[in-house]
Write a protein that binds this ligand. Structure first.
Ligand code: BGC
Length: 558
């Protein structure tokens, strides 16, 4: 067990020692996608040793914690979200020793490590599922999953009409041990990802034990995958509407956001609370409303939930203001911090989303207007980092990386692309390994190429190319994160005050600080609210007036 990070108590003006707010309430958490961050052994695939070697970069960037997407033993049918062994590292990422060393090194730098927990489903190569298949219908070992006989005269039809999030039926028929067609099993995602039956005590016990395993190793918390999916409506009722699901959409479904999930998280919270060091649970919960999301972060459940309503908001003043207000209001009654996120490994990078027309969703195959996208992305980031609560940064967004929208189909690996027959599931575009240097194999990602091809123009977007360059996106992120540490008004608290501003401009005030965002495509002149602290594009200030360029955010101290 590694030494745990303890927050120092702060001295108040009266001389008393006040308990500091827990670290996660306003933390900036950086998502590392292990396949694509840094390759330590030159096999073209990122790994734990690579991540460890780049921790000083993350420290210098100024983040508080690192969330690692799955690195467990897995056949990689869904890039590691199909786990065969929750207590082992996939050899392509390293060993348990590497995981331990990574956590220790991060702690030595005062960085926290959040690991990804995948409880809704496992891999079809997980021992439990293989045993269940081997034992055949009627076996108690099948009760840990959702096995059902099919409908129709010979059981040739799926048990209900549920569709997989990745396309096609959510059921796959098995063969009996004697080779005859057998029962069906449920998989909300790929057929290689059978859903656990969370009514079963063995499943509940197993995950409590997995939590302890990683907590004992020093993990600071868990990002809980598909947290809204574990419990299914009793009887697995048909949906009936024939509606197709959107990838990871917010639809109301009998397999999502069922009230029963909350009891599971309460029991997990009790476990985390036994450990020192403010460990956290973060819900990946796609729910119909922010109010439903707030239920996951009640005081005895998780600590944070991703704010997907914010991620899916268009670059529009009114929509942004509405979602900011709505998010803050929804979290207030439960006392949880709001979170903000613009990109992750499942959606088109925001530098590309914002360069496309609004309303196209999160799976884009068009590059759109690259310059516009980057301009808005930089502005959106400064807006996000000015809001109260915790913010998530997805690897490479600090370089202003666009999505790679023109990957040849033959290199794609996202299972949803294949299940949707190439009409959806473009998640590989945000998973291309990131560039560290201008030259070299895979631009410094590793010495042996990269598992997805990187565009040649990424040389100029590399960490090396942007370091020390005034106005580069990397330096903007570094400056913003440094300012967030220096100015307590940024990130802290639970509310914003909106100020009067010209049409298309968001102006919000926090303690000692104002953030102005011009969402329009033209410069806007407005009274300078204070001293310019940082801006996503050059701001001219003259005679008490400022000209905020098109699609730009400026921070002011007042
Ligand atoms: C993860 C995805 C994954 C899915 C199934 C998600 O929400 O973020 O990358 O494909 O869960 O595990």
């Amino acid at each position: 067990m590694t030494q745990h990070l303890a927050a120092p108590a702060t001295a108040t003006t009266s001389g008393h020692r006040a308990e500091p707010a827990p670290w996660w309430r306003d933390a900036v958490i950086y998502q590392v996608y292990p396949r694509s961050f840094a390759d330590g052994n030159g096999d073209g695939m990122g790994d734990l040793a690579g991540i460890r070697s780049r921790l000083p970069y993350l420290k210098e960037l100024g983040v508080d914690a690192v969330w690692l997407s799955p690195f467990y033993a897995s056949p990689q049918a869904d890039a590691g979200y199909d786990v065969a062994d929750y207590r082992a590292i996939d050899p392509m990422f390293g060993t348990l020793h590497d995981a331990d060393a990574l956590i220790r090194s991060a702690h030595a730098l005062d960085l926290r490590i959040i690991v990804d927990l995948v409880p809704n489903h496992c891999s079809d190569q997980h021992d439990w599922f293989r045993q269940a298949l081997r034992e055949g219908p009627g076996s108690r070992l099948r009760e840990r999953f959702h096995f059902r006989p099919g409908k129709g005269a010979d059981g040739e039809l799926p048990p209900n009409d549920w569709e997989s999030i990745f396309g096609g039926p959510a059921w796959t028929r098995t063969a009996n041990p004697d080779g005859t067609p057998g029962e069906w099993y449920l998989h909300l995602f790929a057929p290689e990802q059978p859903d656990f039956n969370w009514e079963h005590p063995a499943v509940q016990d197993e995950f409590r034990s997995i939590l302890r395993f990683w907590l004992d190793l020093g993990a600071d918390g868990f990002r809980v995958d598909v947290a809204h999916g574990l419990v299914k409506a009793p009887g697995l009722p048909d949906i009936g509407s024939g509606d197709q699901l959107k990838l990871l959409g917010n639809d109301v479904m009998p397999f999502f956001d069922q009230d029963g999930v909350h009891e599971i998280y309460r029991s997990w919270r009790r476990i985390l609370d036994e450990y020192e060091g403010e460990r956290v649970l973060v819900a990946e919960a796609w729910t119909p409303t922010v109010e439903r999301t707030a239920l996951y972060v009640r005081p005895d459940e998780m600590h944070q939930a991703f704010n997907f309503q914010y991620l899916t908001t268009n670059w529009d003043e009114k929509e942004l203001r509405e979602v900011i207000d709505g998010s803050l209001a929804a979290m207030r009654p439960v006392g949880a911090p709001t979170t903000w996120v613009l990109s992750n490994h499942d959606v088109t990078r925001h530098a590309t989303r914002f360069g496309n027309p609004p309303g196209l969703g999160t799976q884009l195959r068009e590059q759109g207007d690259r310059e516009l996208g980057l301009r808005r992305a930089r502005a959106a980031t400064l807006l996000m980092l000015a809001l109260p609560g915790s913010a998530y940064v997805y690897q490479g967004e600090e370089l202003g990386l666009p999505d790679v929208t023109d990957l040849p189909d033959e290199v794609r690996q996202d299972p949803s692309f294949f299940r949707a027959e190439g009409q959806d599931g473009f998640r590989d575009g945000c998973r291309v390994p990131i560039p560290w240097t201008r030259e070299g194999s895979s631009y410094g990602f590793g010495s042996g190429g990269s598992w997805l091809p990187q565009p040649a123009e990424w040389a100029e977007l590399s960490v090396e190319a942007q370091t020390g360059v005034a106005g580069s996106t990397l330096e903007l992120y570094r400056a913003a994160l440094a300012a967030r540490r220096e100015h307590p008004g940024l990130g802290a608290g639970e509310a914003v005050t909106w100020l009067d501003a010209p049409d298309g401009v968001l102006a919000l005030s926090r303690e000692g600080f104002v953030c102005t965002t011009n969402t329009t495509g033209a410069p806007v002149r407005l009274p300078a609210p204070g001293a310019l602290l940082l801006a996503s594009a050059p701001v001219a200030v003259n005679d008490g007036f400022a000209v905020l360029p098109a699609d730009a955010t400026a921070w002011w101290t007042v």
